[in-house]
Write a protein that binds this ligand. Structure first.
Ligand SMILES: Cc1ncc(C[n+]2csc(CCOP(=O)(O)OP(=O)(O)O)c2C)c(N)n1
Length: 317
Protein backbone atom coordinates (compact mmCIF):
# COMPACT_ATOMS: atom_id res chain seq x y z
CA UNK A 1 0.00 0.00 0.00
CA UNK A 2 2.86 2.21 1.07
CA UNK A 3 4.64 1.78 -2.29
CA UNK A 4 1.45 2.30 -4.32
CA UNK A 5 0.66 5.54 -2.53
CA UNK A 6 4.21 6.81 -2.91
CA UNK A 7 4.08 6.07 -6.65
CA UNK A 8 0.79 7.96 -6.94
CA UNK A 9 2.23 10.86 -4.96
CA UNK A 10 5.24 11.08 -7.28
CA UNK A 11 2.98 11.22 -10.33
CA UNK A 12 0.72 13.87 -8.80
CA UNK A 13 3.71 15.92 -7.72
CA UNK A 14 5.27 15.56 -11.19
CA UNK A 15 2.12 16.94 -12.82
CA UNK A 16 2.01 19.92 -10.46
CA UNK A 17 5.74 20.62 -10.78
CA UNK A 18 5.39 20.60 -14.57
CA UNK A 19 2.44 22.96 -14.48
CA UNK A 20 4.26 25.33 -12.17
CA UNK A 21 7.25 25.48 -14.50
CA UNK A 22 4.94 26.00 -17.47
CA UNK A 23 3.15 28.76 -15.53
CA UNK A 24 6.45 30.59 -14.88
CA UNK A 25 7.32 30.33 -18.54
CA UNK A 26 3.86 31.51 -19.57
CA UNK A 27 4.11 34.57 -17.36
CA UNK A 28 7.30 35.52 -19.16
CA UNK A 29 5.24 35.58 -22.40
CA UNK A 30 7.07 32.58 -23.79
CA UNK A 31 4.00 30.47 -24.59
CA UNK A 32 1.90 31.86 -27.41
CA UNK A 33 -1.28 29.89 -26.92
CA UNK A 34 -3.98 29.41 -24.34
CA UNK A 35 -2.97 27.16 -21.47
CA UNK A 36 -5.52 25.74 -19.04
CA UNK A 37 -3.80 24.70 -15.87
CA UNK A 38 -4.69 21.45 -14.07
CA UNK A 39 -3.30 22.46 -10.67
CA UNK A 40 -5.64 21.16 -7.96
CA UNK A 41 -7.17 18.32 -9.99
CA UNK A 42 -4.18 15.92 -10.01
CA UNK A 43 -5.83 13.22 -7.88
CA UNK A 44 -8.45 12.72 -10.60
CA UNK A 45 -6.07 12.08 -13.49
CA UNK A 46 -3.75 9.88 -11.44
CA UNK A 47 -6.53 7.99 -9.63
CA UNK A 48 -8.28 7.21 -12.93
CA UNK A 49 -5.05 6.36 -14.80
CA UNK A 50 -4.01 4.01 -11.99
CA UNK A 51 -7.20 2.00 -12.56
CA UNK A 52 -6.29 1.43 -16.23
CA UNK A 53 -3.96 -0.87 -18.11
CA UNK A 54 -1.51 0.31 -20.77
CA UNK A 55 -3.73 -0.85 -23.63
CA UNK A 56 -6.76 1.07 -22.36
CA UNK A 57 -7.42 4.25 -24.30
CA UNK A 58 -7.72 7.76 -22.93
CA UNK A 59 -9.04 11.01 -24.39
CA UNK A 60 -8.80 14.46 -22.84
CA UNK A 61 -10.07 17.99 -23.17
CA UNK A 62 -8.70 21.54 -23.07
CA UNK A 63 -7.16 20.93 -19.60
CA UNK A 64 -5.24 17.77 -20.34
CA UNK A 65 -1.59 18.05 -19.29
CA UNK A 66 -2.39 16.01 -16.18
CA UNK A 67 -4.34 13.38 -18.12
CA UNK A 68 -1.52 12.91 -20.62
CA UNK A 69 1.23 12.63 -17.99
CA UNK A 70 -0.86 10.33 -15.81
CA UNK A 71 -1.31 7.98 -18.79
CA UNK A 72 2.46 7.73 -19.07
CA UNK A 73 2.99 10.56 -21.56
CA UNK A 74 6.45 11.90 -22.26
CA UNK A 75 7.28 15.14 -20.45
CA UNK A 76 9.70 16.37 -23.11
CA UNK A 77 7.21 15.70 -25.90
CA UNK A 78 4.60 17.67 -23.95
CA UNK A 79 6.88 20.61 -23.18
CA UNK A 80 8.01 20.74 -26.82
CA UNK A 81 4.38 20.70 -27.94
CA UNK A 82 3.52 23.64 -25.69
CA UNK A 83 6.40 25.62 -27.14
CA UNK A 84 5.52 24.71 -30.74
CA UNK A 85 8.66 22.66 -31.25
CA UNK A 86 9.18 19.93 -33.82
CA UNK A 87 9.77 17.27 -31.16
CA UNK A 88 6.33 17.92 -29.67
CA UNK A 89 3.80 15.11 -29.43
CA UNK A 90 1.87 16.72 -32.34
CA UNK A 91 5.07 17.98 -34.00
CA UNK A 92 4.50 21.37 -32.43
CA UNK A 93 1.29 22.08 -34.33
CA UNK A 94 -1.34 21.16 -31.77
CA UNK A 95 -0.30 23.01 -28.65
CA UNK A 96 -1.71 22.53 -25.20
CA UNK A 97 -5.25 21.71 -26.30
CA UNK A 98 -4.58 19.11 -29.00
CA UNK A 99 -2.52 16.56 -27.14
CA UNK A 100 -2.26 13.16 -28.77
CA UNK A 101 0.27 10.36 -28.32
CA UNK A 102 -0.81 6.96 -29.52
CA UNK A 103 2.39 5.36 -28.15
CA UNK A 104 0.79 5.54 -24.69
CA UNK A 105 -2.80 5.18 -25.94
CA UNK A 106 -3.62 8.81 -25.27
CA UNK A 107 -5.66 9.00 -28.42
CA UNK A 108 -6.64 12.64 -28.50
CA UNK A 109 -7.96 15.79 -26.91
CA UNK A 110 -9.82 18.78 -28.30
CA UNK A 111 -10.68 22.27 -27.06
CA UNK A 112 -14.28 21.97 -28.28
CA UNK A 113 -16.20 21.18 -25.12
CA UNK A 114 -17.36 17.54 -25.08
CA UNK A 115 -15.88 17.15 -28.57
CA UNK A 116 -14.06 14.01 -27.54
CA UNK A 117 -17.12 12.39 -25.98
CA UNK A 118 -18.60 11.00 -29.23
CA UNK A 119 -15.08 10.23 -30.47
CA UNK A 120 -14.48 8.18 -27.33
CA UNK A 121 -17.77 6.41 -28.01
CA UNK A 122 -16.42 5.40 -31.42
CA UNK A 123 -13.19 4.12 -29.88
CA UNK A 124 -15.18 2.09 -27.33
CA UNK A 125 -17.41 0.78 -30.13
CA UNK A 126 -14.34 -0.52 -31.96
CA UNK A 127 -13.15 -2.25 -28.77
CA UNK A 128 -16.49 -3.95 -28.34
CA UNK A 129 -16.85 -4.82 -32.04
CA UNK A 130 -13.47 -6.55 -32.15
CA UNK A 131 -14.07 -8.16 -28.72
CA UNK A 132 -11.01 -6.48 -27.24
CA UNK A 133 -10.63 -6.51 -23.50
CA UNK A 134 -9.58 -2.89 -23.11
CA UNK A 135 -11.76 0.11 -22.28
CA UNK A 136 -11.92 3.80 -23.18
CA UNK A 137 -11.91 6.74 -20.78
CA UNK A 138 -12.74 10.34 -21.70
CA UNK A 139 -12.41 13.36 -19.41
CA UNK A 140 -14.80 16.30 -19.49
CA UNK A 141 -15.67 19.19 -17.20
CA UNK A 142 -18.95 19.95 -15.48
CA UNK A 143 -19.64 22.60 -18.14
CA UNK A 144 -19.05 20.11 -20.96
CA UNK A 145 -21.39 17.68 -19.20
CA UNK A 146 -24.18 20.12 -20.12
CA UNK A 147 -23.56 19.68 -23.88
CA UNK A 148 -26.24 17.76 -25.79
CA UNK A 149 -23.75 15.44 -27.44
CA UNK A 150 -23.00 13.88 -24.05
CA UNK A 151 -26.59 12.61 -23.84
CA UNK A 152 -26.59 11.31 -27.42
CA UNK A 153 -23.38 9.49 -26.59
CA UNK A 154 -24.73 8.01 -23.36
CA UNK A 155 -27.80 6.81 -25.22
CA UNK A 156 -25.75 5.04 -27.89
CA UNK A 157 -23.18 3.71 -25.43
CA UNK A 158 -26.01 2.47 -23.19
CA UNK A 159 -27.75 0.80 -26.13
CA UNK A 160 -24.60 -1.07 -27.17
CA UNK A 161 -23.24 -1.46 -23.62
CA UNK A 162 -19.93 0.01 -24.67
CA UNK A 163 -16.83 -0.11 -22.47
CA UNK A 164 -16.84 3.67 -22.11
CA UNK A 165 -16.05 5.56 -18.92
CA UNK A 166 -16.79 9.29 -18.86
CA UNK A 167 -14.96 11.07 -16.07
CA UNK A 168 -16.65 14.36 -15.22
CA UNK A 169 -14.22 16.64 -13.40
CA UNK A 170 -16.62 18.83 -11.50
CA UNK A 171 -14.49 21.77 -10.37
CA UNK A 172 -17.68 23.77 -9.67
CA UNK A 173 -17.06 26.30 -12.45
CA UNK A 174 -17.32 26.69 -16.20
CA UNK A 175 -14.98 29.64 -16.74
CA UNK A 176 -16.46 31.89 -14.02
CA UNK A 177 -20.03 30.51 -13.94
CA UNK A 178 -20.86 28.41 -10.92
CA UNK A 179 -23.13 25.35 -11.20
CA UNK A 180 -26.02 27.16 -9.54
CA UNK A 181 -26.14 29.78 -12.33
CA UNK A 182 -26.25 27.10 -15.03
CA UNK A 183 -28.44 24.27 -13.80
CA UNK A 184 -32.07 24.02 -12.79
CA UNK A 185 -32.86 23.39 -9.18
CA UNK A 186 -33.14 19.63 -8.72
CA UNK A 187 -30.64 18.85 -11.49
CA UNK A 188 -29.27 15.45 -10.62
CA UNK A 189 -26.41 13.94 -12.63
CA UNK A 190 -26.93 10.48 -11.13
CA UNK A 191 -30.57 10.33 -12.25
CA UNK A 192 -29.65 11.61 -15.71
CA UNK A 193 -26.84 9.08 -16.18
CA UNK A 194 -28.81 6.14 -14.81
CA UNK A 195 -31.68 7.10 -17.08
CA UNK A 196 -29.48 6.10 -20.00
CA UNK A 197 -28.72 2.71 -18.47
CA UNK A 198 -25.23 3.78 -17.43
CA UNK A 199 -23.64 3.25 -14.03
CA UNK A 200 -22.87 6.36 -11.99
CA UNK A 201 -20.47 6.96 -9.13
CA UNK A 202 -19.35 10.11 -7.40
CA UNK A 203 -15.87 10.49 -5.90
CA UNK A 204 -14.06 13.05 -3.81
CA UNK A 205 -11.74 14.40 -6.51
CA UNK A 206 -9.44 15.86 -3.89
CA UNK A 207 -8.74 12.41 -2.49
CA UNK A 208 -6.58 10.04 -4.57
CA UNK A 209 -7.69 6.99 -2.60
CA UNK A 210 -11.36 7.64 -3.21
CA UNK A 211 -10.84 8.28 -6.92
CA UNK A 212 -8.74 5.16 -7.52
CA UNK A 213 -11.18 3.01 -5.51
CA UNK A 214 -14.23 4.13 -7.49
CA UNK A 215 -12.46 4.25 -10.85
CA UNK A 216 -11.24 0.68 -10.29
CA UNK A 217 -14.75 -0.50 -9.41
CA UNK A 218 -16.07 1.07 -12.62
CA UNK A 219 -13.29 -0.21 -14.87
CA UNK A 220 -13.93 -3.75 -13.52
CA UNK A 221 -17.61 -3.24 -14.27
CA UNK A 222 -16.85 -2.11 -17.83
CA UNK A 223 -14.57 -5.08 -18.47
CA UNK A 224 -17.49 -7.28 -17.49
CA UNK A 225 -19.36 -5.95 -20.54
CA UNK A 226 -22.14 -4.01 -18.79
CA UNK A 227 -20.93 -0.48 -19.64
CA UNK A 228 -21.04 2.48 -20.00
CA UNK A 229 -20.33 4.38 -16.77
CA UNK A 230 -19.81 7.91 -15.48
CA UNK A 231 -17.51 8.84 -12.62
CA UNK A 232 -18.10 12.35 -11.33
CA UNK A 233 -15.15 13.68 -9.34
CA UNK A 234 -15.78 16.81 -7.32
CA UNK A 235 -12.58 18.79 -7.18
CA UNK A 236 -11.05 22.28 -7.25
CA UNK A 237 -9.02 24.06 -9.88
CA UNK A 238 -6.65 26.34 -8.05
CA UNK A 239 -5.88 28.77 -10.87
CA UNK A 240 -8.10 30.91 -13.04
CA UNK A 241 -9.82 29.33 -16.03
CA UNK A 242 -7.05 29.80 -18.54
CA UNK A 243 -3.99 31.48 -17.13
CA UNK A 244 -1.69 31.00 -14.17
CA UNK A 245 -3.36 33.70 -12.14
CA UNK A 246 -5.38 33.46 -8.97
CA UNK A 247 -8.60 35.34 -9.43
CA UNK A 248 -10.56 34.95 -6.22
CA UNK A 249 -13.36 37.34 -7.11
CA UNK A 250 -15.86 34.65 -8.13
CA UNK A 251 -14.83 31.99 -5.64
CA UNK A 252 -17.45 31.84 -2.94
CA UNK A 253 -17.66 28.10 -2.35
CA UNK A 254 -14.02 27.24 -2.94
CA UNK A 255 -12.08 30.14 -1.46
CA UNK A 256 -8.29 29.84 -1.36
CA UNK A 257 -8.18 28.60 2.24
CA UNK A 258 -10.78 25.88 1.51
CA UNK A 259 -8.82 24.73 -1.52
CA UNK A 260 -5.59 24.69 0.43
CA UNK A 261 -7.08 22.71 3.29
CA UNK A 262 -8.45 20.07 0.91
CA UNK A 263 -5.58 20.00 -1.56
CA UNK A 264 -5.04 16.44 -2.80
CA UNK A 265 -1.26 16.60 -2.91
CA UNK A 266 -0.90 18.03 0.59
CA UNK A 267 -3.36 15.41 1.81
CA UNK A 268 -1.47 12.46 0.30
CA UNK A 269 1.80 13.88 1.61
CA UNK A 270 0.37 13.92 5.15
CA UNK A 271 -0.83 10.34 4.72
CA UNK A 272 2.59 9.18 3.55
CA UNK A 273 4.31 10.79 6.53
CA UNK A 274 1.78 9.22 8.86
CA UNK A 275 2.47 5.82 7.29
CA UNK A 276 6.16 6.11 8.20
CA UNK A 277 7.93 7.73 5.23
CA UNK A 278 10.18 10.49 6.51
CA UNK A 279 9.69 14.13 5.65
CA UNK A 280 13.31 14.13 4.48
CA UNK A 281 12.73 11.30 1.97
CA UNK A 282 9.68 13.03 0.56
CA UNK A 283 11.45 16.38 0.28
CA UNK A 284 14.35 14.71 -1.55
CA UNK A 285 11.96 12.97 -3.94
CA UNK A 286 10.21 16.28 -4.65
CA UNK A 287 13.49 18.03 -5.35
CA UNK A 288 14.53 15.30 -7.82
CA UNK A 289 11.22 15.59 -9.62
CA UNK A 290 11.48 19.39 -9.86
CA UNK A 291 15.02 19.18 -11.20
CA UNK A 292 13.92 16.64 -13.82
CA UNK A 293 11.08 18.91 -14.95
CA UNK A 294 13.45 21.87 -15.17
CA UNK A 295 15.75 19.85 -17.44
CA UNK A 296 12.83 18.84 -19.65
CA UNK A 297 11.71 22.45 -20.02
CA UNK A 298 15.28 23.54 -20.82
CA UNK A 299 15.40 20.79 -23.46
CA UNK A 300 12.18 22.10 -25.02
CA UNK A 301 13.40 25.71 -24.98
CA UNK A 302 16.55 24.71 -26.86
CA UNK A 303 14.73 22.37 -29.30
CA UNK A 304 14.22 23.45 -32.95
CA UNK A 305 10.95 24.79 -34.36
CA UNK A 306 9.29 22.83 -37.20
CA UNK A 307 10.87 23.50 -40.58
CA UNK A 308 9.16 26.00 -42.86
CA UNK A 309 8.60 23.32 -45.52
CA UNK A 310 6.40 21.36 -43.09
CA UNK A 311 4.05 24.28 -42.48
CA UNK A 312 1.18 22.64 -44.38
CA UNK A 313 1.75 19.00 -43.44
CA UNK A 314 -0.26 17.27 -40.70
CA UNK A 315 -3.05 19.82 -41.03
CA UNK A 316 -6.69 18.74 -41.31
CA UNK A 317 -8.96 21.68 -41.98
C1 LIG B 1 -18.55 23.94 -27.57
C2 LIG B 1 -17.74 24.96 -26.82
N1 LIG B 1 -18.36 25.99 -26.20
C3 LIG B 1 -17.63 26.92 -25.53
C4 LIG B 1 -16.26 26.83 -25.47
C5 LIG B 1 -15.45 27.88 -24.71
N2 LIG B 1 -14.96 27.28 -23.45
C6 LIG B 1 -13.73 26.76 -23.37
S1 LIG B 1 -13.44 26.05 -21.88
C7 LIG B 1 -14.95 26.51 -21.31
C8 LIG B 1 -15.38 26.15 -19.91
C9 LIG B 1 -15.36 24.69 -19.69
O1 LIG B 1 -15.86 24.36 -18.43
P1 LIG B 1 -15.83 22.88 -17.95
O2 LIG B 1 -16.34 21.95 -19.00
O3 LIG B 1 -16.51 22.82 -16.63
O4 LIG B 1 -14.28 22.55 -17.80
P2 LIG B 1 -13.18 23.31 -16.92
O5 LIG B 1 -12.66 24.43 -17.77
O6 LIG B 1 -13.84 23.79 -15.68
O7 LIG B 1 -12.14 22.28 -16.67
C10 LIG B 1 -15.68 27.18 -22.28
C11 LIG B 1 -17.05 27.70 -22.12
C12 LIG B 1 -15.67 25.75 -26.15
N3 LIG B 1 -14.34 25.57 -26.13
N4 LIG B 1 -16.41 24.82 -26.79
Amino acid sequence: MHATLLKAYKKMFLIRAAEQKIADHYLRNKIMSFVHFYVGQEAVAVGVADSLGKSDKMLGNHRSHGHYLAKGGNMRAMMCELLGKEAGSSRGKGGSMHMIDTSVNFVGSTPILAGVVPLACGVAFEQKFYKRKNITVAFLGDGAFEEGVVYETLNLAGLFRLPLLLVVENNLFSVNSPLTDRRARGHDSKTIVEGFGAKYMRADGNNYRDVVKKASALTRYLRGGSGPAVLECVTYRHMAHSAPIFDESCRAEDAAEVRKAKDSIARLRRELIKSGISEKTIARTEKNIEQGVEKDLAYAIAAPLPKKETLFTDLYV
